[in-house]
Write a protein that binds this ligand. Structure first.
Ligand code: SF4
Length: 482
């Protein structure tokens, strides 16, 4: 059970401090450990056929790379198709432009209430705050989002926004905000939220949703969800606004099944989701339900910058499954709030610099052990660790140093201590004799290793050299075999 002590809206600039606070929160760590173990086990069970998994990952990687290689052309095709279907298409370069577009649409209908399906892009542009400032109420309808909105927090996971909350905390929150009786029964808690949301769907002026995949050839907007709130949000209010990043487009409808086959299994170990919505325009004359008006907002917000460089372009392959977060040894210990970004964990570390700039996010790529677990589970094979290393290099570059990286930071130099440590590391590891002598000496002095090693041991076991060096072990093995 967690009592979240990380302040609710930390910034990426204070990541190190945020992480320290999260690490000191033992109940939060326990909560995360339990949830992440469950998700990892479920994914493993759902993807137990290794041959099928690798075949699908390769296929999905190719689909996403092929789509990205034709991105400008596919976006134009998508726009033309949507217009022919009666959808109004809007392009937004920045979050404020996207908010302004949405505000204009809502205002044109004298709207005062917006019901929202799950949309990380709307979190990215901080739409709720923007609308609130304009006197428009936006209510989240995804259960997790509904909970974090009511608590005045931000989502801490891209698929399960309230993963850091226990059912007891949710019950207390509902009791305080809705006046409902305290209960530990998850079905009852879900029922409370469902009842409260019924009227919101019925009276909302506008429904807003995200998009999982946008198909250029047919103009189909695909929406993956489990709660039915996405379907209600996109069909009950008279106006539907969908918002997505420009990278979500794929060429053909036949590209969807492989991606959909991996998305829920990678995310939460679920073979398929309860709902798979395929939206192709507003209500037609012969149809009984659906919105009378429909809009799509296509957001850039740094995506074109990432697109501009071959290595960083692969970031845009992401289908937002969250598997990299569930398997990350850092995310699973500090949770999502500490990152201070809309997208936390490994994917957040590589997309956020493009959205928020390299200077604000300088420390994020250092929150990585380079273990490679994220790249191994990524359904579209993004080489996340390679990108992480690249970002570390870029974050340390001097302002006048040559680079092909699309975002240039102010440059930062290591502290004197860090520089000295890296110099020693470089010296030892680049000379064979010195490396062996160093390893041998360390193993012999093993007994002298202190139990407390500065702040390293605050949350970790002490570093201790192995009793034998790798060369000694290999020599022993070879001797046994000969
Ligand atoms: S980077 Fe890969 S594993 Fe992480 S959210 Fe994106 S698709 Fe999923």
């Amino acid at each position: 059970m967690s009592t979240q002590t990380v302040h609710f809206h930390p910034k990426p600039e204070t990541f190190k401090q945020n992480a320290r606070e999260a690490l000191a929160d033992a109940p939060l760590r326990q909560s995360l450990r339990t949830a992440m173990d469950m998700l990892m086990t479920r994914r493993k069970t759902a993807l137990s056929d290794e041959q099928e998994l690798q075949m699908l990952r390769t296929l999905c990687e190719h689909i996403r790379q092929r789509s990205l290689s034709r991105l400008p052309e596919l976006l134009e095709q998508l726009e033309a198709k949507l217009i022919s279907l009666g959808v109004k298409v809007h392009w937004a370069e920045t979050p404020s432009e996207a908010c302004q577009i949405i505000h204009n649409i809502v205002s044109a209908h004298q709207g005062k209430l917006v019901v929202k399906g799950k949309s990380m892009v709307s979190e990215e542009i901080e739409l709720n705050h923007y609308l609130e400032a304009q006197g428009i109420r936006a209510v989240e309808s995804d259960l997790g989002e509904y909970i974090v909105q009511m608590a005045g927090e931000k989502p801490t996971h891209i698929v399960m926004p309230a993963i850091h909350k226990t059912k007891q905390q949710v019950s207390t929150l509902f009791n305080k905000e809705l006046g409902t009786p305290l209960t530990d029964d998850v079905d009852e808690l879900t029922g409370i939220a469902r009842n409260a949301l019924r009227d919101i769907y019925r009276t909302a002026d506008v429904g807003l949703s995200g998009v999982n995949f946008a198909v250029a050839e047919t103009g189909t907007l695909c929406l993956v969800e489990n709660e039915g709130n996405g379907r209600l949000t996109t069909t009950v209010p008279p106006v539907h606004i969908a918002i997505t990043g420009i990278e979500k487009v794929v060429a053909k409808l036949s590209d969807i099944p492989p991606l959909y086959s991996l998305l829920p299994r990678s995310a939460i170990g679920q073979p398929i989701t309860t709902y798979f919505n395929m939206i192709t325009g507003p209500r037609r004359s012969e149809e009984l339900d659906g919105p009378q008006e429909m809009h799509l907002v296509l957001l850039d917000n740094g995506r074109t910058q990432a697109y501009g460089e071959e290595q960083m372009r692969r970031t845009l392959q992401c289908i937002r499954c969250g598997a990299c977060m569930n398997h990350c040894p850092v995310y699973t210990r500090i949770g999502g709030a500490a990152y201070g970004t809309t997208y936390p964990g490994p994917i957040g570390e590589i997309v956020s610099p493009h959205m928020l700039g390299l200077d604000a996010t300088r420390d994020l790529p250092t929150a990585c052990t380079l273990c490679g677990a994220c790249s191994e589970v990524c359904p579209v094979k993004i080489p996340i660790t390679e990108q992480m290393i690249r970002l570390r290099v870029e974050a340390q570059r001097a302002p006048d140093e040559a680079t092909t990286y699309p975002i240039r930071g102010q440059g930062a130099s290591h502290s004197t201590g860090e520089r000295l440590a890296w110099r020693i590391f470089e010296g030892v590891f680049s000379g064979k004799r010195l490396y062996r002598t160093f390893g041998w000496t360390a193993s012999k002095l093993r007994a002298l290793t202190p139990g407390k090693q500065l702040s390293w041991t605050d949350y970790r076991t002490p570093l201790k050299p192995a009793p034998k060096t790798l060369h000694e072990l290999v020599a022993e093995k070879q001797k046994q075999q000969s």
